[in-house]
Design a protein around this ligand. Structure first.
Ligand SMILES: Cc1cc2nc3c(=O)[nH]c(=O)nc-3n(C[C@H](O)[C@H](O)[C@H](O)COP(=O)(O)OP(=O)(O)OC[C@H]3O[C@@H](n4cnc5c(N)ncnc54)[C@H](O)[C@@H]3O)c2cc1C
Length: 421
C-alpha cells in the first residue's frame, strides 16, 4: 500500500514495477479496489475542500474526501449531495469510479451526471482536466471506470439546494411482486426517492419506502442540522452460524410485521432515510469471518418480474436466505460514463452470506438468469462474475480498454477480462 496525501503530489511508484489501483474507503463490496501482487494507492489523506460557490452549489474537493465530510460541510449551508448511495462512508473518487446511484436515480440519474470536471493523473505524469468539453473521452471512460484510467485527484460537482434536512416519507407494504410493480408506478411519479426492501424468503412481499425533501423552511422540525457520528460498533468475532435460514426468516418476518398498516406517512432525518446501515459501524461483521457476496443486477422492465421470481426460487433451492434485499426502478437519465452500470430497468441488490461452493453455484444460476434476460451486473460490487458474462453485458468494453492506464490494474479487472483482451 502507498499513500497519496495531496492532489498535487506525483503518483506513487508501484512496487517492483507492478501495477497500481486507487483505494477509497474500500466499501465497493467487490474486488475492484484490490490488487494482489501489485500496489494499492490509498487516497484518504487527499481529502481537502478546494472550492465552493455558495450561490450555485458547485463544489470542488480532493477525491479522497468522503460523502460524510462533504455533507458535514454542505448541509449547514443549505446544500446536499445530488444523489447518494446507501452509505455516506465512501470517497468522492470512489463515487465517480463506480458511478454510484441512489434512491433518486429515476429523477436525478447517477453521481456521474452531476460531475462537471475532474482531474486525472496518469502514470506518465500527465494531468488531464476532463469534462464534457475537455478530454471528453477520458471523462467518459473515468466515470464508472473502476479506477483503471488513472488516479482521480479532484472532482468538481453540483450540489442540490435544500431548505431542511428532513424527508417526508411514505412506507407502503406490498404482499408480492405483482403489487410492488403496481404500487411503484404511482410512487415513482410522485416521489424523488424510492426504494423497496423485499423478503426474498417469501419470494416477494416487502415494504416500499419513498420520500421527498421537505421544501418549506418553516415546516415543523425543519433544520439544517447534519447527521451525527455512528454510536454503535458491531463486535468482532460474530459467529457466522448465527446467520442461517431460520434466523434470516425470523428477521424478515419481524421486519415486515413492524409496520401494521398498509401505508404509513412520516418525517425522517436524511441520515435515517438514506443511511440506515451507517448507524452501526462495521455492520458487515454480522456475516462473521466468511463474509458475504453481493449480487446487483439490472433487469429489462418487461422481463423483470419473472426474472426476480426465478432468482428467489434459485436462492431457496440453494438454501440461501438474505435480509439485505433491495429493489428499485432505475430511470432513463443517461450517465456520461462509458462503463456505468445504471441503466433503465429494475435493479435488485442482494447480499448472500458466504456459504462456500453453495453460494458460488447460486451465483452461477443468477448469472445464467441475467444472460437469458438481457440483464447487466454491477462490476463495482461484484466479486464472482465470470468473463463471458462481463463481455456479454458490457457493450463498451473494447472502446473503454483504450483509456486504461498501462500501469493500472485490479483483481476485478484481471478476473473479468481473463481470456478476453
Ligand atoms: C452499505 C452500503 C450501501 C451501498 N449502497 C450503494 C448504492 O445504493 N448505490 C451504489 O451505486 N453503490 C452502493 N454501494 C457501493 C459503494 O457506494 C460504491 O462501491 C463506492 O464506489 C465505494 O466507494 P469507496 O470510496 O469505498 O471506493 P473503493 O471501494 O475503495 O473503490 C471503488 C472503486 O473506485 C476506485 N477509486 C477510488 N478512489 C479513486 C480515485 N481517487 N481515483 C480513481 N479511482 C478511484 C477504486 O480503484 C475502485 O475501482 C454501497 C456500499 C455499501 C457498503
Amino acid at each position: 500500500m502507498k499513500h497519496i496525501r495531496w492532489s498535487c503530489d506525483p503518483l506513487p511508484a508501484p512496487a517492483d514495477r507492478g501495477t497500481l489501483i486507487p483505494l477509497g474507503l474500500g466499501n465497493s463490496l467487490g474486488d475492484c479496489c484490490l490488487n494482489n501482487g501489485g500496489t494499492v494507492v490509498v487516497t484518504r489523506g487527499m481529502n481537502r475542500l478546494l472550492d465552493f460557490d455558495a450561490e450555485t452549489g458547485l463544489i470542488r474537493c480532493e477525491a479522497g474526501a468522503t460523502l460524510d465530510e462533504v455533507l458535514r460541510f454542505a448541509v449547514p449551508r443549505g446544500w446536499f449531495l445530488p444523489t447518494t448511495p446507501g452509505t455516506s462512508f465512501i470517497t468522492v473518487g470512489g463515487a465517480v469510479a463506480n458511478d454510484v446511484h441512489g434512491k433518486n436515480h429515476h429523477w436525478a440519474g447517477s453521481f456521474g451526471c452531476h460531475v462537471t470536471r475532474l482531474e486525472l493523473l496518469r502514470s506518465d505524469g500527465r494531468r488531464l482536466v476532463c469534462s464534457l468539453a475537455e478530454n471528453s473521452d477520458f471523462f467518459a471512460a473515468t466515470i464508472g471506470g473502476m479506477g483503471l484510467t488513472g488516479l482521480i485527484t479532484w472532482v468538481e460537482f453540483r450540489l442540490r439546494r435544500i431548505v431542511s434536512t428532513m424527508i417526508e416519507t411514505e412506507s407502503v407494504k406490498f404482499r408480492d411482486l405483482d403489487e410492488f410493480f403496481d404500487v411503484s408506478e404511482g410512487t415513482d411519479a410522485r416521489c424523488e426517492h424510492t426504494v423497496a426492501w423485499v423478503d426474498c424468503v417469501t419470494r416477494g412481499r416487502g415494504i416500499l419506502m419513498c420520500g421527498n425533501n421537505v421544501d418549506d423552511a418553516g415546516a415543523a422540525g425543519a433544520t439544517l442540522k447534519p447527521h451525527t457520528e455512528p454510536r454503535l460498533n458491531f463486535p468482532h468475532g460474530f459467529p457466522s452460524c448465527a446467520l442461517n435460514r431460520f434466523s434470516i426468516r425470523l428477521f424478515n418476518q419481524l421486519y415486515y410485521s413492524r409496520q401494521l398498516r398498509k401505508r404509513v406517512r412520516g418525517l425522517q432525518h436524511y441520515s435515517q432515510f438514506f443511511y440506515p446501515l451507517d448507524v452501526v459501524k462495521n455492520w458487515h461483521r454480522v456475516y462473521g469471518a466468511p463474509g458475504f457476496f453481493e449480487a446487483q443486477i439490472v433487469l429489462p422492465p418487461d422481463v423483470a418480474k419473472e426474472a426476480l421470481r426465478e432468482i428467489f426460487k434459485q436462492a431457496a433451492r440453494f438454501g440461501q436466505g438474505a435480509f439485505l434485499v433491495v429493489l428499485k426502478k432505475l430511470g432513463s437519465i443517461r450517465s456520461p460514463g462509458l462503463m456505468s452500470f445504471p441503466r433503465p430497468g429494475v435493479t435488485l441488490g442482494i447480499d448472500f452470506p458466504n456459504k462456500g461452493e453453495r453460494t458460488k453455484k447460486l451465483f452461477t444460476e443468477i448469472f445464467r438468469i441475467g444472460l437469458d434476460t438481457g440483464a447487466a451486473f454491477n462490476p463495482g460490487k461484484d466479486a464472482l462474475m465470470p468473463p463471458e458474462c462481463f463481455a456479454k453485458t458490457c457493450p463498451n468494453l473494447e472502446s473503454f480498454s483504450a483509456f486504461i492506464d498501462p500501469a493500472f490494474s485490479s483483481n476485478a479487472w484481471r478476473r473479468l477480462t481473463k481470456g478476453l483482451l
